[in-house]
Write a protein that binds this ligand. Sequence first.
Ligand SMILES: NC(=O)c1ccc[n+]([C@@H]2O[C@H](COP(=O)([O-])OP(=O)(O)OC[C@H]3O[C@@H](n4cnc5c(N)ncnc54)[C@H](O)[C@@H]3O)[C@@H](O)[C@H]2O)c1
Length: 247
Amino acid sequence: MEKKFDGKVALVTGAAVGIGRATALLFAEGSAKTVIIDLNYEKLNKVKEEIESLGGEVLAYECDVSDEEKVYEVVKDAEERFGKIDILVNNAALWKTFSKFNETSTDVWRKFLDVNVMGTVYFTKAVIDGMINRGFGRIINVASVAGVYGNGNMSFYSASKGAVISFTKALAKEVITNGVTVNSVSPGSVSSSAIDDIDHTAPSDLAHIGRTGSDRENAELILFLASDGASYISGENVIIDGCRKKL
Ligand SMILES: NC(=O)c1ccc[n+]([C@@H]2O[C@H](COP(=O)([O-])OP(=O)(O)OC[C@H]3O[C@@H](n4cnc5c(N)ncnc54)[C@H](O)[C@@H]3O)[C@@H](O)[C@H]2O)c1
């Protein structure tokens, strides 16, 4: 890959598996320094080793994105070591829970909002002033088609991703004149993050294309939004769903 991100520092949350891992690997291939964050340090450390084997400079932190103090501590440490954060990808989220609204406890709601919404807010708060002061920043929030269409049996998840999309649009308006763009991406069905092949896809009836999306396809979109080529795009939610059937 072209050294598109040479001199840039990219922070990716939820980078131990799936879209987050593929995104971190592609940034490293593009010569960015990477900061990778996850709850699962064992798997995160494997991604750190993969990035190092590509010759990339990487910092890996075990961190719960819903732990506000820890988030600020981690970002401060990474900025001290790498000098700055230019690109933030808020990707970590909970989603693999399915239940009807009237059978779902408010504890589940709080947990989803804490991780998916407040985790995004904490990391954004931690990096935004540095981006504004340097006059450059790219924030990409990983939302979901659930936040656009609403997924049955996932009301808590759908609401959390809807909040991420509207946060993206509102924040974009506040910081565009400071050189900071803010966008979200909304994947449809992505292949299981349990599979290490970032190009893996599987048959799927949920989209007219007839298959799931790969981690890499999603990561490519995130990298485009982080690139200089996307300088005139902000406040958008880009759907990446293989022409999903609106169920
Ligand atoms: N996979 C899909 O079909 C799909 C579809 C639409 C949207 N998405 C979104 O894409 C993103 C990535 O999903 P995925 O399926 O690639 O990965 P995944 O859901 O399998 O893994 C997410 C990663 O985030 C980490 N994580 C979870 N909670 C965390 C927390 N509190 N603090 C730190 N790390 C935490 C997990 O340990 C894991 O490594 C998520 O935002 C998800 O909502 C996924």
